[in-house]
Ligand binder design. Structure first.
Ligand code: CA
Length: 225
């Protein structure tokens, strides 16, 4: 697994590289936003660890720029002093969020959890196609099409849609969605779910396909063919 670390603080970078290398992960390191975007375009790493306070660009803008073209999982690393709202971090396309200082065991656990959630593990492509009216979900390649036009979702948005599509029409509670789509140790609020539902509705192009059930959660309304 190739991981890109984007971090301008040499001591933080050194300890992350050290800790992850001893866990058997391959780390590349850049210390600014421009190099990070260039690296991702060139080398397509499996996962990105992104510091928010970078010398040349705001980490949020780096995240957004990468997200335009890549679904690579991104874990934000942020100093307490520059802590942004976690919902915001997810809105600009991150998959998880760690506040410095963090332990290496925690970082490795988060990397593995994000990698597990975002990797396609089953090989039979036909068996992983789900068609719901105009929506086609390909679970293997994690791609979604509406009327055969691809809709570009972040890994989290995909996981959310795929989860709601497990049983179309069934109501899923916010807490179950949090546990299933985010980690059980995710400490964000259920607002995270609402933010992702809003983003997903916008991208799918029809507000009614994800129905809010007041006080309970959400369900995927099966669209007519
Ligand atoms: Ca920094």
């Amino acid at each position: 697994m190739d991981i890109l670390l984007v971090e301008d603080d040499p001591s933080v970078a050194a300890s992350v590289i050290d800790g992850l290398s001893s866990s058997g992960l391959t780390i590349s390191h850049v210390d600014n936003g421009k190099d990070a975007i260039a690296y991702v375009n060139r080398s397509a790493p499996d996962l990105i660890l992104l510091d928010l306070g970078l010398p040349d660009m705001d980490g949020q803008d780096v995240c957004r720029a990468i997200r335009q073209d890549h679904a690579t999982p991104i874990i934000i690393l942020s100093a307490r002093s520059e802590e942004v709202d976690r919902v915001l971090a997810l809105e600009f396309g991150a998959d998880d969020y760690l506040v410095k200082p963090f332990g290496m065991r925690e970082l490795v656990a988060r990397i593995k959890a994000v990698a597990r959630r975002t990797s396609g593990t089953i090989s039979d492509s036909q068996a992983n196609q789900q068609v719901l009216g105009p929506i086609r979900i390909d679970r293997r390649s994690q791609r979604v099409f509406v009327n055969e036009n691809e809709v570009h979702l972040t890994p989290k948005e995909f996981d959310l849609l795929a989860y709601l599509a497990t049983d179309p029409g069934a109501i899923y509670r916010r807490s179950d969605i949090m546990n299933e789509v985010w980690d059980t140790n995710w400490y964000g609020t259920t607002k995270t779910v609402d933010a992702h539902v809003a983003a997903l509705r916008k991208k799918l192009g029809d507000q009614d396909w994800i129905e809010a059930v007041r006080g309970v959660g959400f369900r995927l309304g099966v669209p007519d063919s």
